[in-house]
Design a protein around this ligand. Sequence first.
Ligand SMILES: *Cc1c(COP(=O)(O)O)cnc(C)c1O
Length: 392
Amino acid sequence: MPLLQPHVLPEETLSHPIRIVEPIVDERMYVTQPHLAPLAEFIPYLEKIWQSKVLTNGGPFHQQFEKALCEYLGVKHLALFTNGTLALVTALQALRITGEVITTPYSFVATAHSLLWNGIKPVFVDVDPHTLNLDPAKIEAAITPQTTAIMPVHCYGHPCDVEAIQKIADNYNLKVIYDAAHAFGVQTGNGSVLQHGDLSVLSFHATKVFNTFEGGAIICPDAKTKQHIDHLKNFGYVDEVTVVASGINGKMSEINAAFGLLQLKHIDVALARRKEIDARYRTLLRDVPGVRCVNDAGEKTANYSYFPILVENDYPLSRDALYQKFRDHEIIVRRYFYPLISEFPMYRGTPSAHRDNLPAASEAALKVLCIPIHPGMSDEDVERVVDIIASA
Ligand SMILES: *Cc1c(COP(=O)(O)O)cnc(C)c1O
């Protein structure tokens, strides 16, 4: 049976007939594939929304999903958002961050874009060559009288050195906002990694470990901060007649919240399968010369959101030749993170963006390849990927 049957909607039921004539069949293997709860399980949620006609503005599913996520993640307060980027933008606004913010160039571009949206100057600091997270030892030298905050990323879901970063923040009276877009469900020794810093921001984008199609959240330390953020994501409205800030529309809709609630029931199975795939890759790649797996994050803490490898100089092919070889075999791998954020035109001009300031990040960007990892992969898929690497 083909994966998907051609599907034609009956014309008479639609005022604007939509015809999906071609079956959507894509044999390629991607770096990730969204994990989706069974469609049949979602229908009752939709029926509830159609009955209540509450579509957004903090409706019942929004409230339930916030509560369920707090419990699942082991955090006290959280505000849902339309996406992770608007959550980052709002987190900075909530803490009234201005001037300069220290951040990593080795991330998705939204990290630094959220600073520009607030009129803040990003100051790039290099990463640790082993963890690929912001290097705490390099932060102090980048602090100026204009510095107000640090925005690190838990890259690939591997926790930053949160203690060292907090110590610097305390010494210099800086705020810390974690871009935790990769860090859903990640635990450190004493609970959720999301409890660290002043605020942490999650993304539930389709490509992330846990998705609501699009979505995001800010983890807040207390009810007062959450309430303020709830105002900011609703245009700054406090009540019917009071607007306290130039807030944005960042509210998650009831459809996304309902879907998130359902997705949460299936996430543990998905994470368990990711863990198996991660372990299989590490075993199979152990003896392949010239290839280094980034960061074995340890049993308890990881969410296995990505599987980055570094293609070293003694590997027979260049990183980009291997990337192309994968494509030739219909396997779509990604170079996360290449180019560095600091290489894009809107960032290139600042002195901190210069390659000489960012040797470890620059090297990683040239060596890294994220190979497929998602719960839909079979053991044979994993072996196929490894064969391509091992047969060079
Ligand atoms: C995905 C991602 C974002 C943006 O999240 P969206 O929900 O897509 O807006 C921000 N930072 C990092 C590191 C990401 O990977």
